[in-house]
Ligand binder design. Structure first.
Ligand SMILES: [Zn+2]
Length: 345
């Protein structure tokens, strides 16, 4: 339906968005939440419902902690209006950074995924994982996109236009976004070791709010360690995963609980079938608050009768692993043999 000639490819998007301006006015924020799809299932994270996923963030849906909106912002974000094409501040904007939700502040899009579509609105061919929800538009034809955190209207998503390799175009109102330059983006950062880093990364990536993960080595003394050196076990390093996350969507405590739930923190000689010092369970904390949270959760597990052996250590240098280890299971199209989530809280 959206296969169109290249020279005319802006026509349909523009018509579609202008149609939305008139069609969506009666659909408010609450209704959008009601029809939203549940989060995707993977790594047994799926039992966490939308409500659970949002109750511990700083800004809850419908709370007064959302940023106050101007009448024009409210027309688009709450009442699903559409700004006039070629008028938004980010239509022709290509600095490095992150585009966040103008209402709740959640991270939505990376500048690296923005492209020139020529349609008059900012266009992205990918979103930050789990940050954007797709719901059927009331017009029965298109797919609306909303902020997964607050339900605010962003625009529409189109596939099959062949504008980029990913063949997807998120057509987003500038007024639904707020750009943060890369140097000012305040990611949360966490480092966990829980056995084979392939499986740990796979499970952590499933958590909404996790923006980026890197597998690597930390805790030892060897500089620029290789996988083979770490496997030989003479470096002191553990296989670990560094997580960059959006603090608006997920807290350090939620991530640390997930860390405990995807491995066996009572196994002292490795993890599952992977034995050796590089597979030990450890939290590498980056500040006193992370240390406090880690120790508190361990006490809670001990109170449940678990003999937790997880080390709580100050974070040192994190050495990213070789490229072929990054996103290993995603590249292979497989799921981990070593890590399955088991609910502890
Ligand atoms: Zn939002």
């Amino acid at each position: 339906m959206f296969q169109i000639h290249r020279q005319r490819r802006w026509v349909l998007p523009m018509l579609a968005a202008l149609l939305a301006a008139g069609a969506g006015a009666s659909y408010g924020y609450r209704q959008a939440r009601d029809v939203a799809d549940p989060p995707p299932e993977a790594c047994d994270v799926s039992y966490q419902t939308d409500e659970e996923a949002t109750t511990s963030v700083d800004q809850e849906p419908g709370s007064d902690e959302y940023r106050d909106l101007t009448p024009e912002e409210e027309r688009v974000i709450v009442h699903k209006g559409t700004e006039m094409p070629f008028t938004g501040e980010y239509d022709d904007h290509f600095e490095a950074g992150i585009y966040t939700c103008r209402r709740c502040g959640a991270m939505l899009y990376r500048s690296a995924d923005k492209f020139r579509a020529g349609c008059g609105w900012p266009a992205f061919d990918d979103e930050i994982p789990g940050a954007v929800k797709r719901i059927p538009d009331p017009d029965g034809r298109r797919t609306e996109i909303i902020c997964a955190n607050c339900g605010g209207h962003l625009g529409h998503v189109f596939e099959g236009e062949r504008l980029t390799e990913k063949n997807v175009r998120h057509c987003v109102n500038s007024i639904s976004l707020r750009f943060i330059p890369e140097k000012e983006v305040q990611y949360g950062r966490a480092i966990f070791a829980a056995g084979c880093f392939w499986g740990v990364e796979h499970c952590l990536k499933e958590q909404p709010g996790v923006v980026e993960t890197t597998v690597g080595y930390t805790g030892g003394t060897k500089e620029n360690p290789t996988y083979e050196e770490v496997c030989r076990g003479n470096t002191g390093h553990l296989e670990a995963v560094e997580v960059l996350y959006d603090p608006v969507r997920v807290s350090y405590e939620e991530l640390a609980k997930l860390f405990f739930e995807i491995h066996d923190p009572t196994q002292a000689n490795g993890q599952g079938p992977d034995l050796g010092e590089q597979y030990l369970s450890a939290i590498f904390y980056l500040d006193d608050e992370q240390k406090r949270v880690a120790e508190k959760l361990i006490e809670e597990l001990k109170a449940k009768g678990m003999k937790v052996v997880t080390q709580v250590r100050p974070a040192g240098k994190f050495w990213p692993a070789e490229q072929y280890h990054q996103d290993y299971y995603a590249k292979k199209g497989q799921t981990p043999y070593c890590h399955v989530r088991k609910k502890l809280w």
